[in-house]
Design a protein around this ligand. Structure first.
Ligand code: GTP
Ligand code: MG
Length: 372
């Protein structure tokens, strides 16, 4: 997660954990790797929810890694691990501030290079300032946003933009208005364009760690708590988008490579199904694709198949059918839960849950998938 100071990384992390650490209708839950870390996250969240003050900004020397395991519980109460992911928390100044020479840490930069996916956190308050044409909004676009785009330029990894503090933003602006304004920024537009051309989805995902009515922005930029209880909004969505999108990128890459090896590339005709196309491209269809994928992405055929089907659905169609898909996906999710009996089937179920969450995003915010 790339985000400058004050953009909401630490609060988001605690709220994500709070929402996903207990069983819910989402179909999976998270466990953090150690008991100490669990207590730490619970304490941060308690401070967010109940204290007058917000947690302090993260210190420059504090770089922490949080490994979460995504787990599934079956009807006989057995629990299986589906997949795990690691979230990096750090002081946002590391991305934007000029470091003292001895401070410049290449170890930290290497962590970004090693990440499987990048999330760019856009500070909702700064976005509001940009919409109001205020100076801090312009500085944000010229400096913070620019720095973050620079970090991930040249990378082929999936990237999504996450808008923090949506509870504040939504009172004044729609996602459509914000998308249009961001696309006026050349660097932003170019990034989306390049990604689109490469067939890699880029999303704009609104989240709120605390939900509507929890805080009121003060003129000095601080947030006053109202005393309401927090209701985290869409904090699980960025996580749910990463894995399905990663597979999509990888599949496209495999196809591109294979096409370039062939003397006469195979055309994708509108009337030919994707499976037929794969069959023509790779002698043994899915089996060959499996062998070409890096080991950690060799999911069960069924899982891969449902992901590819979803990835190949044109964006407009996803929007048009989102409502109908909700029911269908819920059924598929219930079916995949029944089949859970080991780690592989737990992962398959987790992926079904992720696709359902992604579909919900498309339904609520059709403009979240960025296209230029
Ligand atoms: N209204 C609202 N305010 C939020 C939300 N999330 C964070 N904030 C505000 O933003 C401030 C900064 O959030 P942090 O999570 O500490 O920011 P950070 O990115 O970790 O900042 P550094 O640690 O300095 O890099 C908080 O103290 C809150 O005032 C949110 O979802 N809604
Ligand atoms: Mg922090």
């Amino acid at each position: 997660m790339l985000g400058p100071s004050g953009s909401g990384k630490t609060v988001f992390l605690s709220s994500l954990y709070k929402k996903l650490s207990t069983q819910s209708e989402l179909g999976f839950f998270l466990q953090v790797d150690t008991g100490e870390k669990r207590k730490r996250l619970n304490n941060i969240y308690t401070q967010v929810a109940a204290d007058e003050k917000w947690p302090a900004g993260t210190k420059y020397s504090e770089v922490s890694e949080w490994t979460f395991t995504c787990r599934v519980q079956t009807s006989d109460l057995s629990i299986y691990d589906g997949c795990s992911f690691t979230y990096l928390d750090y002081a946002g100044g590391r991305i934007t501030d000029e470091a003292e020479e001895e401070d410049a840490s290449s170890e930290f930069d290497d962590k970004f290079k090693a990440a499987d996916a990048l999330l760019i956190l856009l500070d909702g308050q700064k976005i509001c300032a940009l919409m109001r044409k205020e100076k801090i909004g312009k500085v944000w676009a010229l400096n913070n946003l620019r720095n973050m785009i620079d970090v991930m330029q040249g990378s082929r990894k999936p990237v999504h933009f996450v808008i923090s503090k949506w509870d504040i933003v939504e009172q004044n602006y729609t996602l459509e208005q914000i998308r249009d304004r961001l696309l006026e920024i050349d660097e932003f537009k170019n990034l989306v364009k390049l990604r689109n051309q490469a067939g890699s989805p880029v999303r704009l995902i609104p989240v709120s760690a605390v939900g509507k009515g929890f805080a009121i922005p003060k003129p000095d930029g601080s947030m006053e708590k109202t005393g309401e209880l927090p209701k985290p909004f869409q904090v699980e969505v960025p996580l749910a988008c990463i894995l399905p999108d990663m597979i999509q990128v990888m599949m496209k890459e495999l196809i591109r490579k294979r096409q370039s090896e062939l003397e006469t590339p195979i055309e994708i005709k509108p009337n030919i199904g994707f499976w037929e196309f794969l069959g023509q491209l790779f002698a043994n269809g899915l089996k060959t694709v499996q062998e070409l994928l890096p080991r950690k992405y060799r999911f069960a055929d069924e899982t891969l198949e449902s992901l590819i089907k979803w990835a190949e659905t044109p964006a407009q169609q996803k929007i048009d059918f989102a409502e109908r898909r909700t029911e269908e996906l819920r059924r598929e999710q219930a079916e995949s839960l029944k089949k859970v009996e080991d780690e592989e089937t737990a992962l398959a179920h987790a992926i079904h849950c992720f696709v359902s969450i992604q579909n919900q995003l498309v339904y609520r915010f059709p403009e979240s998938e960025l296209r230029v």
